[in-house]
Design a protein around this ligand. Structure first.
Ligand SMILES: Cc1cc2nc3c(=O)[nH]c(=O)nc-3n(C[C@H](O)[C@H](O)[C@H](O)COP(=O)(O)O)c2cc1C
Ligand SMILES: CCCCC(=O)C(=O)O
Length: 378
């Protein structure tokens, strides 16, 4: 992996090794992809203030996330179908995060189940929840997360209605999947990927299997899921979740100050400023554009996490400078996983760690706590 020097290099290998339908599912966004692009572009436009002749020999990237020590201000974001990018992808990603000293978030829509991951990693991880119409199932899922000793619940609040991703439809990334000659040929040219996924524990939605009388049939599960996203979801449901989940609660998918104010009243410990990586409301502002106003409004009352468009340590520094306490990354680690499995995730984290360390050094900063808008050239 010596030739891999940045996240884009991992992306290129991911693209080569993983079937197009799954690569595009990870890489692309909703509708015109304006918000997806804005996430990346708006971050890159933020300029740093270079500072010289400051002793930066004792740089320390450690911090706390929800009161727990972390080696970096980073969290692996929940990513559905991670186990289709690489066999047992959720377990590999979680292990890499834990080795790097940061939290991993398992998606409701994961391939490996909560129990699969818990049985194969050393430390607690976070669980991301989609609230579905079948509240009995949701209650049982929360109980499973409690039994697995998950250390935080990330309640995603921006996917009551699903933004259309054109690429997924064109690629037959539907449930059940659509097959075509070109898709079969594509799979046939990726035997290492096929073998890896076949060796994995599951090839369906691991958390949902037991629910439908033990069926592993992706069509049955997919049909059920399609009817289950709940458009009635509202703040009362957050209260209900709060009442049955005893641990730390994080609300993910907030872009609006009024919503942030509401979130701060729920008793949640943190919120994630996020537009779901440009996969939901196309035309929404980039996450970084709204971060400062959310921090101003509620940053003293609730921990502010950030995601959307982070592709480098410089981007992490930019988000911290504008008030985020830590950042979630989605595609940046998924590219590493698709490219090389667990070592690829570790590589993605190494890249971002080193970039952040150098950026801190060149901005004259030694600790994460020192990073604020003084490091920016504005
Ligand atoms: C392939 C993919 C699947 C995702 N699945 C979920 C999910 O299951 N639950 C969730 O809350 N967010 C999901 N997200 C959103 C991420 O958690 C995160 O908000 C987003 O990836 C951040 O943007 P970035 O990819 O630019 O870092 C997904 C993102 C991607 C790229
Ligand atoms: C139905 C969507 C589940 C995964 C997800 O959140 C995403 O693809 O963005």
């Amino acid at each position: 992996m010596k030739h891999i020097t940045c996240i884009e290099d991992l992306r290129q290998v991911h693209k080569r090794k993983v079937p197009k339908a799954f690569f595009d599912y990870a890489d692309r966004g909703s509708y015109s992809e304006d918000t997806l692009r804005a996430n990346v572009d708006d971050l890159q436009q933020i300029k740093f203030r270079q500072r010289i002749l400051v002793d930066v020999s004792k740089r320390d990237l450690s911090t706390t996330i929800l009161g727990e020590p972390a080696a970096l201000p980073l969290i692996l974001a929940p990513v559905g179908l991670t186990g289709m990018q690489y066999g047992d992808g959720e377990i590999h990603a979680c292990r890499a995060a834990q080795a790097a000293g940061i939290p991993y978030t398992l998606s409701t829509m994961s391939i490996c189940s909560i129990e699969d991951v818990a049985a194969n990693v050393d430390k607690p991880f976070w669980f991301q929840l989609y609230v579905m119409k079948d509240r009995g199932f949701i209650k049982a899922l929360i109980e499973r997360a409690i039994a697995a000793k998950c250390s935080a619940l990330v309640l995603t609040v921006d996917l009551q209605v699903i933004g259309q991703r054109h690429a997924d439809i064109k690629n037959g990334m539907t449930v059940p999947p659509e097959w075509s000659l070109s898709k079969l040929v594509d799979f046939a040219t990726k035997p290492a990927w096929v073998a890896g996924v076949l060796r994995g524990k599951r090839r369906t939605f691991g958390n949902l299997v037991g629910h439908l009388k033990g069926t592993d049939d992706i069509t049955a599960l997919g049909t059920w899921i399609a009817t289950q996203f709940d458009t009635t979801l509202n703040w009362k449901d957050v209260e209900w979740i709060r009442s049955i989940w005893p641990g730390k609660l994080i609300l993910k998918g907030i872009l609006d100050v009024e919503d942030a104010e509401e979130a701060a009243k729920t008793g949640a410990q943190a919120l994630v400023v996020s537009n779901h990586g440009g996969r939901q409301l196309d035309g929404a502002p980039s996450s970084i554009e709204v971060l400062p106003e959310v921090v101003d409004a509620v940053g003293s009352r609730i921990e502010i996490l950030f995601d959307g468009g982070i592709r480098s340590g410089q981007d992490v520094m930019r988000a911290l400078a504008l008030g985020a306490k830590s950042c979630m990354i989605g595609r940046a680690y998924i590219h590493g996983l698709g490219a090389y499995g667990g070592p690829g995730v570790a590589k993605a984290l190494d890249i971002i760690r080193n970039e952040l360390s150098v950026t801190m050094g060149l901005c004259g900063v030694n600790t994460i706590a020192e990073i604020d808008d003084h490091v920016l050239a504005i």
